[in-house]
Ligand binder design. Structure first.
Ligand SMILES: Nc1nc2c(ncn2[C@@H]2O[C@H](COP(=O)(O)OP(=O)(O)OP(=O)(O)O)[C@@H](O)[C@H]2O)c(=O)[nH]1
Ligand SMILES: C[S@@+](CC[C@H](N)C(=O)[O-])C[C@H]1O[C@@H](n2cnc3c(N)ncnc32)[C@H](O)[C@@H]1O
Ligand code: SF4
Ligand code: SF4
Length: 329
């Protein structure tokens, strides 16, 4: 099992399939993109499946999330999903995507064994989408959402980052729209993980502000029925239900005490935390011929040293060198 000194067990593996992306969200990467990871350093599809397989068989991983960068840009995505769906015990398989191209792939992903998707959508307005992502792909995302729903990749969750003065006025409209469409909306506090280091504590829209804005139009009651467990999103029932809204308040209400996550980057590094400043190189060990037991031992050791939390509000906080898109958000 993947344990740490605070008694937490990681059962949720987040796998980054690429650091590349076809959007340029302002809170994630600069307009010109980034220096992408060099191709030879990227794990092959077979290497990814081998590492996920050993994590499931030997390390107690029960959920696997494919992310990035933009995971739909990975040519082998469908076959990676299919191979992971064959694993015993069968992990839950999900994908976090910007939705561009999902309309084309949703059915194939479902057939391969993907259980559900989370799609990022920050605005209902095509022009604001362009401002936020620097690309004109709003309709593609809406089409992707509809395709995911009809393929049965459900529940379809929507991730929204609110940026002050850009889309924060849309919070209540986004909630009304998602409730209408049967999607589960979660607002995310902006985190200091952007490549261009543009995040400021005062500039970010806080969970408290989001809830206040939503409260002007909806009655929100904290959800009682389901235990939150390790889920990053705190949930509220909207207007008596059944609809809900979530807030992922990594900065102002961190949930690290219940963290159950471990991460594998596209270039084969294990990270014990989104905000880790160190990594464990599984790729080199794997390519040097390490067997499953040796790789599992390295992974266990990597997680044992996990810190109590991200510490964004600590005076000594240092943003990790890897940006969100290369970690796997
Ligand atoms: N602080 C923190 N944020 C996370 C973590 N995992 C995901 N996030 C952030 O939460 C937001 C939503 O991520 P998703 O990929 O949809 O993951 P999730 O919310 O755990 O997904 P579900 O299991 O479907 O609810 C993104 O901004 C992620 O970067 C984590 O371990 N720690
Ligand atoms: C890094 S992206 C990777 C997957 C895919 N490209 C997408 O956008 O869904 C995963 C999630 O992280 C969120 N994200 C990116 N940068 C962020 C930041 N600085 N703070 C908080 N969330 C961020 C995105 O909105 C998205 O929901
Ligand atoms: S948040 Fe996702 S879609 Fe936006 S630039 Fe980052 S990786 Fe791409
Ligand atoms: S910030 Fe790190 S410790 Fe906290 S929930 Fe995220 S991955 Fe876990």
């Amino acid at each position: 099992m993947l344990l740490d000194t605070f008694g937490r067990q990681a059962v949720d593996l987040r796998v980054s399939l690429t650091d590349r992306c076809n959007l340029r969200c302002t809170y994630c990467m600069p307009e010109q993109g980034l220096q992408w990871l060099a191709k030879p350093t990227l794990l092959t599809d077979e290497e990814i499946v081998r590492l996920v397989g050993l994590a499931v068989r030997e390390l107690g991983i029960r959920e696997v999330r494919f992310t990035g960068g933009e995971p739909l840009l990975r040519p082998g995505l469908v076959s990676i999903v299919a191979a992971c769906a064959e694993l015993e015990p069968r992990p839950e398989l999900s994908l976090t995507t910007n939705g561009v191209g999902l309309a084309r792939t949703a059915e194939a992903l479902k057939a391969a064994g993907l259980d559900r998707v989370n799609v990022s959508l920050d605005t209902l307005d095509a022009e604001t989408f362009h401002t936020l992502t620097r690309r004109q792909r709003h309709q593609d995302v809406l089409d992707g959402l509809a395709a995911a729903e009809s393929a049965g990749l459900t529940p379809v969750k929507i991730n929204t980052v609110l940026m002050r003065g850009v889309n924060d006025h849309e919070a209540a409209d986004l909630l009304a729209w998602t409730l209408d469409h049967g999607y589960q909306l979660r607002f995310i506090e902006q985190m200091p993980l952007d490549a261009q280091h543009g995040w400021t504590r005062d500039g970010m829209v806080t969970a408290a502000e989001i809830l206040e804005r939503l409260g002007e139009r909806f009655t929100l009651t904290p959800e009682q029925s389901a235990a939150r467990g390790a889920a990053p999103a705190e949930r509220w029932v909207v207007d008596g239900g059944p609809g809900t809204v979530g807030v992922i308040a990594s900065v102002t209400r961190p949930f690290c005490r219940a963290c159950d996550r471990t991460r594998l980057t596209a270039d084969g590094q294990v990270r014990d935390c989104l905000f880790a400043t160190g990594e464990t190189d599984l790729r080199t060990a794997l390519r040097d011929g390490a067997d499953d037991a040796e790789l599992a031992a390295l992974w266990r050791a990597a997680m044992w040293g996990k810190k109590a939390g991200a510490g964004i509000d600590d005076p000594e906080f240092h943003q990790p060198e890897r940006p969100m898109s290369a970690i796997g958000g």
